[in-house]
Design a protein around this ligand. Structure first.
Ligand code: DCP
Ligand code: MG
Length: 359
C-alpha cells in the first residue's frame, strides 16, 4: 500500500546527502521563496541563516508531493520557525510579505546585480552598494578600480547573465576534449557541476581532467590554455596552481569547500552562428588520478549536497571529506577510493546518483 503523506514525511532524512533530490520537484512555489531569503542572508553575511533557509528549501524539494497545508510538514526535519511562518503565509495568502519586500528591495536587487559580475564577491558588492553603486553601468560611469577578472566580468556582463544551454555545453565539451587530446593523449575529461546532475542550463560549464598515469597531469593546465589561446578561443583566463599537500591539508585542516587543484577560471568565446558569438564561463580543474573519485564527487554538487556530505562525514562519522581525500580520524588514516560508490560506502551512505543530488 502507498504510504500516506505523514509516513512519507517520517522517511525524510535530516542530511541532504541521505536523500534523493530530483531536479524537477513539486514545491518550487515554496522553495523559490525560501531561497530568496537564503540569498538575502548571504548578502548580509549571515551564513547560518542562509544555510538554514537553504536546508528548509531542500527538504521540500525531496518530497514526492506538493505541500497543501501545514499538516503535511509535520515530522519533517530542518524546518525552523521562520521557514514555517513563511510557508504558512504562502499556503494561506499565495505569497509572503517578507519574501516579496526582500525581492523588491533596493539592496537585494543591487547585490544581485553586483555579485552577478564575474570576479565580484559579497564583500566587494556590499562596499559598492554602501557607496551608492547599484549596477555594472554605475561601476563604469564612476570609474571604479577593477581587477582583471572584474574588468572581464563587466565587459561580458550581458552574455554571462544568459544561461548556458546543454547544447552550448556540449560544443564546449568538444573543444575542451580537442584541446586536451592535442596536448596530452590518454587524458580523461568529465563534464561536471549542474550539467552532470542533468540540468539543461547552467551559469557556467565545469570540467574535470585527469590522466590514468599519475604524474602525467602535472603542468597540464598551461598547455591546455596555450592551445585554446592559439585558437583564439579564450576571452579571459586565470590559472591557479595545485597547492594540495596531503600532510598539511588532510586531518589538520578545517573542513572547507575551496579545493586546491590546478584550476582555470576562464571565459570562452563560443561561435553561435556564422556571424555571431557569445562569452561563456568555463571552469577547468585538473586532478591527479588517485584523487579523481573525490574530485568527481566534490565537483558534481549541488553546493548544498556537498556541504551536507562534509557535515555528515565530520559530525556523524568523525571523518574529514574534501575534493582531494577522505580522512578517518578514528583510525588515523586516509581511505582510498577509485569510485564515488566506494566513497559513499566508506561514509555509510546509500549511493545517490548525480541526477538525485539536486539538493
Ligand atoms: N562547488 C562547491 N562549493 C563551491 C563551489 C563549487 O561544492 N563553493 C562544487 C559543487 C558544484 C560544482 O563545484 O556543483 C560547480 O560549481 P558551480 O558554481 O558551477 O555550480 P553548479 O554547476 O552546480 O551550478 P550552475 O548550473 O549554476 O553552474
Ligand atoms: Mg556550474
Amino acid at each position: 500500500t502507498k504510504p500516506n503523506i505523514d509516513q512519507t514525511a517520517m522517511l525524510v532524512k535530516t542530511y541532504a546527502c541521505q536523500r534523493r533530490t530530483p531536479l524537477k520537484h513539486h514545491n518550487s512555489f515554496l522553495t523559490e521563496a525560501l531561497e530568496i531569503l537564503s540569498q538575502n542572508a548571504e548578502y548580509n553575511d549571515n551564513e547560518g541563516r542562509s544555510v538554514a533557509f537553504r536546508r528548509a528549501a531542500s527538504v521540500l524539494k525531496a518530497l514526492p508531493h506538493r505541500v497543501k497545508n501545514m499538516e503535511d510538514l509535520r515530522s519533517l526535519p530542518c524546518l525552523g520557525d521562520h521557514s514555517q511562518r513563511v510557508i504558512k503565509e504562502i499556503l494561506e495568502d499565495g505569497s509572503s510579505r517578507e519574501v516579496e519586500s526582500t525581492r523588491q528591495s533596493d539592496q537585494f536587487q543591487a547585490m544581485k546585480a553586483l555579485t552577478g559580475i564575474f570576479g565580484v564577491g559579497v564583500r566587494t558588492a556590499d562596499r559598492w552598494f554602501r557607496e551608492g553603486l547599484r549596477s555594472p553601468d554605475d561601476l563604469v560611469r564612476t570609474g571604479q578600480q577593477l581587477n582583471r577578472a572584474q574588468q572581464a566580468g563587466v565587459q561580458y556582463y550581458d552574455d554571462l547573465q544568459k544561461p548556458v544551454t546543454k547544447a552550448e555545453a556540449d560544443v564546449i565539451s568538444d573543444i575542451v576534449e580537442k584541446a586536451v587530446r592535442a596536448v596530452l593523449p590518454g587524458a580523461e575529461i568529465r563534464l561536471m557541476g549542474g550539467f552532470r546532475r542533468g540540468k539543461d542550463v547552467g551559469h557556467d560549464v565545469d570540467f574535470l581532467i585527469t590522466h590514468p598515469e599519475e604524474g602525467k597531469e602535472e603542468g597540464l593546465m598551461p598547455k591546455i590554455t596555450n592551445w585554446l589561446e592559439e585558437q583564439g578561443l579564450l576571452l579571459y583566463e586565470k590559472t591557479t596552481r595545485n597547492s594540495y599537500l596531503e600532510k598539511m591539508d588532510g586531518p589538520a585542516r578545517a573542513p572547507n569547500n575551496m579545493d586546491r587543484f590546478e584550476r582555470c577560471f576562464s571565459i570562452f568565446k563560443l561561435q553561435t552562428g556564422s556571424e555571431t558569438e557569445r562569452a561563456v564561463r568555463v571552469d577547468l580543474v585538473v586532478s591527479p588520478y588517485s584523487q579523481f573519485a573525490f574530485a568527481t564527487l566534490g565537483w558534481t554538487g549541488s553546493k548544498l549536497f556537498e556541504r551536507e556530505l562534509r557535515r555528515w562525514a565530520g559530525q556523524e562519522k568523525h571523518m574529514s571529506l574534501s575534493s582531494h581525500a577522505l580522512y578517518d580520524s578514528k583510525q588515523n588514516l586516509y581511505l582510498r577510493a577509485k569510485t564515488e560508490e566506494e566513497i559513499f560506502a566508506f561514509l555509510d551512505l546509500e549511493f545517490i546518483p548525480p541526477s538525485e543530488r539536486n539538493a
